[in-house]
Design a binder for this molecule. Structure first.
Ligand code: ADP
Ligand code: MG
Length: 277
């Protein structure tokens, strides 16, 4: 009865935006596997992560040292990092430029493979997955918001939001219907037909957040999502990101320089020279 795959995208759309839906079609905000028991296992766990970018460089560039050699003055981008993220938890990663924040985010999200150590997603080792499986996992379980430049300039907002859903198999009509619900839910309906070049920086980031969340990711990774915005707009955008992620039971890992932005998260960690403090 509800097995029609055509309905799957619609049933994943934001609850608040579809009052006409019969209640049994509305997905609960809790993650599907939630059992109600205390101390659930983390959604993401990084154990003893090391990232040495020189390990992948040609030997001439790396100074002819054997692969993995640590020489004076050389810093590991990740220096034996352990990190756990609980289901639905929101964590800010702070620290100076070059301290390894983006590297940590990319390793957690399976974008890069660390030199050593492991990352598990709901208990499954991501580090040793094939590239194809990691890509599949990223598409189905993770959402990304970057500092800027992530929207396709030639597409209006509604199609920018719809695109990832179409890449995952929804047809144009289904995907744009869900995109409209998200635009309405986030108070962005007026932007539907606008292209990124016609929007402010804050509006572009809101559309980027809608695009990431419309896929109902389990984890949202945001790398300095407010870095190109003024402080007030940055805080508004961050508040929206955290609200909408919490409303969907999504965990968030956000890299930021702004302590006021970090304050929206339930926990803050700090990177310094590849070490997580
Ligand atoms: N693709 C790369 N190749 C080589 N070195 C890199 C690469 N990306 C980052 N690094 C280096 O790794 C360290 C950490 O970088 P990064 O994770 O981007 O820091 P942050 O995001 O905190 O600014 C820096 O020393 C940086 O130069
Ligand atoms: Mg960075």
């Amino acid at each position: 009865m509800f097995g029609n795959p055509q309905s799957s995208q619609t049933s994943r759309s934001p609850q608040a935006a579809q009052p006409a839906q019969p209640t049994q079609l509305v997905q609960p905000a809790q993650p599907a596997h939630y059992t109600g028991t205390a101390a659930p296992r983390p959604i993401l766990a990084a154990t003893d992560l090391v990232m040495d970018y020189t390990a992948n460089m040609p030997r001439a560039q790396a100074g002819h040292a054997p692969v993995g050699t640590i020489y004076p003055g050389h810093t590991l981008a990740l220096n034996h990092v352990n990190f756990q993220l609980a289901e639905g938890e929101t964590v800010a990663v702070m620290g100076p430029s070059g301290s390894g924040k983006s590297t940590l985010l990319h390793a957690l999200a399976g974008i890069i493979r660390p030199t050593s150590g492991t990352v598990t997603f709901r208990g499954t080792d991501v580090t040793h997955m094939s590239d194809a499986d990691r890509t599949k996992l990223r598409r189905s379980a993770f959402g990304f918001v970057f500092q800027s430049g992530q929207l396709l300039p030639e597409l209006p907002a509604i199609e920018n939001i719809a695109l990832p859903m179409m890449l995952s198999g929804a047809d144009y009509r289904q995907a744009t219907d869900v995109a409209v619900l998200w635009l309405e839910r986030l108070g962005l309906r007026a932007l539907a037909a606008q292209r990124p070049g016609e929007m402010s920086g804050g509006q572009m980031q809101r559309i980027a957040i809608a695009r990431a969340l419309a896929m109902r990711p389990a984890v949202v990774f945001a790398d300095e999502p407010t870095g190109a915005l003024d402080q007030t707009t940055g805080r508004e955008v961050m508040s929206m990101l955290i609200d909408v992620a919490r409303g969907n039971g999504a965990a968030v890992v956000v890299v930021t320089h702004d302590p006021n932005v970090a304050a929206f998260c339930s926990r803050t960690v700090t990177m310094q020279d590849g070490v997580l403090q």
